[in-house]
Design a protein around this ligand. Structure first.
Ligand code: HEM
Length: 401
């Protein structure tokens, strides 16, 4: 794993639209006063996992109940659905505590966030899909755990499941009783708890691990910044109109999502300024290539290329370079395509300007870019290629090798 110099980290942070790198590198220095809880223990989230879920899931894996839980889980979809009768009593008791919105959730903001997600879906597809999605492959711990977990062996299926999370989060009624996000987040929380038990048993994962147990609260915050914090900064950089109320609502939906994923409230940033400060501390300094990440990026971009996006793989590579920097593109070995590079760098800003009514001139490349965006959106809206949500299931093992 490559270690970046402080200067390298700073320039990469700027290229990604992320605020620089915090001082004091390793020690946890983010103030809990800036969290939604407003106070906390100050404990380093690097060593915080999910004490409410992890021991329970470990026991369920050990006693062989997970396959029947997965069967029962298929019918548990909407937020208002009763917990499945087929769940073991201890799982039901646990979910009764956590399968609900936090007391501080603000329904007005959540509704606005859903509306924002709908209004801005074009940019969100592009940024989550090609920005955050590929960024996840240069987050070493995420890349290694995704690669060596069972799901790593079938990236198409895994990508479809991840779509489910984003899709359910972006529905208008995501957090309402008829929506599905609270359930999807809780299923994901169970999956993460299972991974914490399973991965330390994989010799492949342990051989390169710099932690004993994967997916700490700090790791989840890192992923949040690669998604929400990154997307917000790019929208601002691209001059997409983004009123303060939309920004606040967007943050709020992520705050609730993090809570539902089991991150303690004392680590969930209260404001975007607090989120950026945290991102500077936890995300920017750790970005680096890994063998696993390079393979995952190739698979993910290959998957996208399988579907006809109306553009070449060169265009796709260059779009990734455009949103994530050449440095990341080089790490991942994305083949250069100078013609496509020039096209992306002129066509995309022109496309945004025209779409947002900031320029009356329709660029000649409008339809090319629009076709690309629509194809990617369809991929997302079709929830993968099957047309049905791919159910999230709890793994019972790791990737064999
Ligand atoms: C599974 C979302 C953070 C590693 C999942 C799934 C979702 C998801 C929706 C279930 C779909 C699937 O099975 O593929 C998220 C979100 C995160 C987050 C929204 C933070 C905001 C992390 C982090 C790591 C991680 C920080 C590791 C460092 C994994 C692994 C799986 C998984 C290994 C299981 C894949 C398998 O089935 O084998 N995550 N995740 N996730 N996640 Fe996360």
């Amino acid at each position: 794993m490559e270690n970046l110099s402080r200067r390298g980290v700073l320039s990469l942070g700027v290229a990604l639209g992320l605020v620089g790198v915090a001082d004091g590198a390793k020690a946890w220095a983010w103030p809990s006063a800036d969290s939604v809880a407003g106070a906390g223990t100050g404990a380093d989230p690097e060593y915080v996992w999910d004490s409410a879920t992890d021991p329970l899931m470990a026991a369920l894996l050990e006693n062989g109940s997970v396959p029947s839980i997965n069967t029962a889980m298929a019918g548990w979809v909407n937020n208002a659905d009763p917990l499945p009768g087929g769940f073991p009593a201890e799982l039901t008791a646990h979910l009764r505590q956590v399968n609900r919105l936090p007391s501080w959730a603000d329904r007005t903001k959540l509704t606005r966030a859903a509306d924002f997600n709908r209004r801005r879906d074009t940019y969100l597809f592009m940024l989550y899909g090609l920005g955050s999605g590929i960024m996840s492959t240069v987050i070493p711990r995420e890349a290694r755990s995704v690669y060596w977990s069972a799901g790593g062996a079938d990236m198409q299926d895994r990508a479809a499941k991840t779509f489910t999370f984003g899709y359910d989060l972006s529905q208008l009624k995501a957090f309402e009783p008829t929506g599905q996000f609270v359930v999807t987040a809780n299923k994901t929380r169970l999956v993460h708890a299972a991974v914490r038990h399973l991965l330390p048993r994989s010799p492949h994962w342990t051989s390169g691990a710099d932690q004993d147990i994967p997916i700490s609260a700090a790791d989840i915050l890192v992923t949040f910044h690669s998604l929400g914090t990154y997307v917000r900064s790019k929208l601002i950089e691209w001059k997409v109109p983004f009123p303060a109320a939309d920004q606040e609502a967007f943050l709020h939906s992520w705050q609730v999502a993090l809570h539902l994923l089991g991150v303690p409230d004392e680590y969930i940033p209260k404001t975007w300024a607090a989120a950026e400060a945290q991102s500077a501390q936890v995300l920017t300094p750790i970005l680096a290539p890994t063998t696993e990440g390079i393979k995952l990026a190739e698979e993910l971009l290959g998957l996208t290329a399988q579907i006809d996006l109306g553009v070449t793989r060169g265009f796709l590579n260059e779009f990734v370079r455009y949103v994530l920097s050449d440095e990341v593109g080089d790490w991942l070995g994305l083949r250069r395509d100078p013609v496509a590079a020039a096209l992306v760098r002129t066509a995309w800003p022109a496309y945004i300007k025209f779409r947002e009514g900031l320029s009356p001139i329709m660029p000649g490349t409008f339809y090319l870019v629009d076709q690309f965006v629509r194809a990617l959106a369809m991929l997302f809206l079709n929830k993968g290629s099957s047309g049905a949500t791919t159910p999230i299931t709890i793994p019972t093992g790791n990737r064999p090798g």
